[in-house]
Design a protein around this ligand. Sequence first.
Ligand code: FAD
Length: 740
Amino acid sequence: MPPKFKPQKQQQQHQKDGAGPRVVYWFRTDLRLHDSPALAHALSLKPSRLVPLWTWDPHYVYRQRGSANRWAFLVGCMGDVSSALARLNPRQKLHVVRAAPGKVIGPLLRKWKVDVLVFERDTDAYARTRDAEVTRVAEALGVKVVAVSGRTLFDSDDVVEANGGRPTMSMAQLVKAAGKLGKTAVPARPVAAPTTLPDPLDAEDMDLSDIEREIEGEGKRVDEENPAVAGGGGGAAAAPARPGGDFNAVQRTLAHGTHTHTQYRVGLMGPDRTFSVPTLQEMGIDPHDVTTPHVGGETAGLAVLKRYIVDEEYVGTFEKPATAPTDFEPQATTLLSPHMHFGSVSVRKFWWDVQDVLEKRKREKKHNSAEPVNLPGQLLFRDMYFAAQAKVGVAFGQVVGNPVARFIPWHLQSRYAVVKSEQGEGEIQVADGTYVVDDPQAEEYFRRWKEGRTGFPWIDALMRQLKQEGWIHHLGRHAVACFLTRGGCYVSWERGAEVFEEWLIDHEPACNAGNWMWLSCTAFFSQFYRCYSPVSFPKKWDPEGRFVRRYVPELALFDKKYIYEPHKAPIADQKKWGCLVKGDGLNRKIENENENENENAAARQQQQQLQTYPKPMFDFNERRQFCIDKVKEAYDVGLYGDDEKVRTGEWKKMFKFNDRGAKVKEAANGSMERGVKRSRDEEGENEDDTGENADDNGDDSDDEHEHGHGHDTEKKSEKNKRGKRGQKTLDTMISRKKVE
Ligand SMILES: Cc1cc2nc3c(=O)[nH]c(=O)nc-3n(C[C@H](O)[C@H](O)[C@H](O)COP(=O)(O)OP(=O)(O)OC[C@H]3O[C@@H](n4cnc5c(N)ncnc54)[C@H](O)[C@@H]3O)c2cc1C
């Protein structure tokens, strides 16, 4: 429990407005009023005045990737919480201040004569640095700072401590550690939402005009002067210096890349000087670019939760591996993840609402599914990744320096900058937001994967759903992540994590990096010989191909026999169904390569009206074997991200990895059209015409919920055993494979 507030003498003179302290409640990961332990603590201080604050932080605006869909979801959450505050007290709202918290909070606490600053604890790498700085500044002013846990079921730092100071690398470790925190591994019950709120300061006291000049343009400078920006596949990295400025420039289609967005040009208090929630237009984002049907906000989130909770059969029998990744409208799982991310639904409320249903069904002697495949199990996975990241820190989102990540010499690896650790660990290497194109073909695979033009309809449908809607089912994420890394393209998981960071509306640094490591067999999971087939896996769920027809509409009329392998359809049928399977998917214009000189004009015209869909970009079976062999070699060598040889680049000799003369690319946001154009200009045309007769032997897997090795990252002796253990695991796997 947070300590009780004792007003400090020097702060008391301003308390003409009442007996209680002046409190700033800083919203960040908790855009809700229900079950907010931190907000409940702020109100328990009985504030005379309460300012609900949001800082529009340039770090997230410029340095973390995000598409229009996620910005719209965030703005929806902010607007909804602001309205909820106003419903409790018409003078209240969410007060949005447009500046970096480290710069603005000090002057603002001084100006508003604040006694206590309260917020929900955030263990993301960037957040820890930010909060340490803000706390230092606030405490120097005599302001009490209280951080209260509430973002996860169990406090992540407490979990790490209970796990012997180690990251939680398996569900078993998480449950055991959580069990040590109380009598059982059960989170605290939700706290009630407030029913009243104190006033904010009077308007003239709130006004920040006189401190505006001091800090105004903080964000503008970040954009215009191209100073330090953060990289890192996890998106939460500290800030190594590199030129390039705004990761999201390409999203600002209203601004046409001319930096004409106004979010930091309108003063600290916004265009109407009322601390309003920023609009998409202010960010330079065209509202027409928002294509997600999913709506942000506590109201919408609680409605979604309720819809599932009243369906007791759904809650009681939920088994994640049995939910179809091909279902849409409605999808098979809850789609509460973006609400978990922005805190618009409390994770503890979710857990307890489900638990109450499970207990009722138990009393009624009805069957309940069990952890970890049931709904509480899903939330425990979330806690597992949070606690792992809480321990590992910034390196959790990248390979180099990451003690839990096996080193695999993927194509398209991140480049690193050396920066001073904010946590006092000396110098550390942090991914700088660029990557090395050691293999132009891998770069092409990556770009085609990103835009959903691989020629594998299942993969393409998922990637297009991701881009359009900002969400895909967990097993869909498995499929595309496996395909990009160890099950096809052999591209670094960090590239995939960056694309997810850009397009997911639920992007969560800990869960994203953790799951990418799982799927690439880098950490948490090691059965690399089990790959998802892009043909037989979806066929099991959706033999008619409804999902593909929805998201790859050019294939809508194809017979189900060819829906997952359209290149095998006879040309006459392809024409009949309105789509020719040809080309590499990078140039959508119909080429004339197959046209007969004597073909009459009418036939040519008819063909020009046909759509095209690319041929498969490789033979899946060949690529799968290639990847398995490469990953096996890496497991045999047995390096981890924090090994000296990885940090110094000596691994290149060990793996005969040649990247001499390779180009460096910026891992910027945006669509392939732009990227490929640039890449083709630089690297020349590379028409891919593989996989004409790709056959599929259907070795797919459902590797959900298997546990990692959970090795101790601290003990050196343990580290020295890694190579051998890797070998042993591998031997076990190979013998299993033989049996299969
Ligand atoms: C490569 C990859 C990247 C991913 N990136 C993210 C991410 O950035 N953000 C994110 O929230 N999830 C991520 N996930 C995990 C998971 O896919 C999503 O949480 C889930 O699909 C969200 O849908 P849902 O809300 O319907 O889940 P449900 O099945 O309804 O589960 C309920 C809740 O449990 C949590 N949860 C479920 N599965 C997981 C999991 N494996 N890991 C962590 N939490 C889980 C989520 O908060 C989810 O809302 C990723 C998975 C993969 C394979």
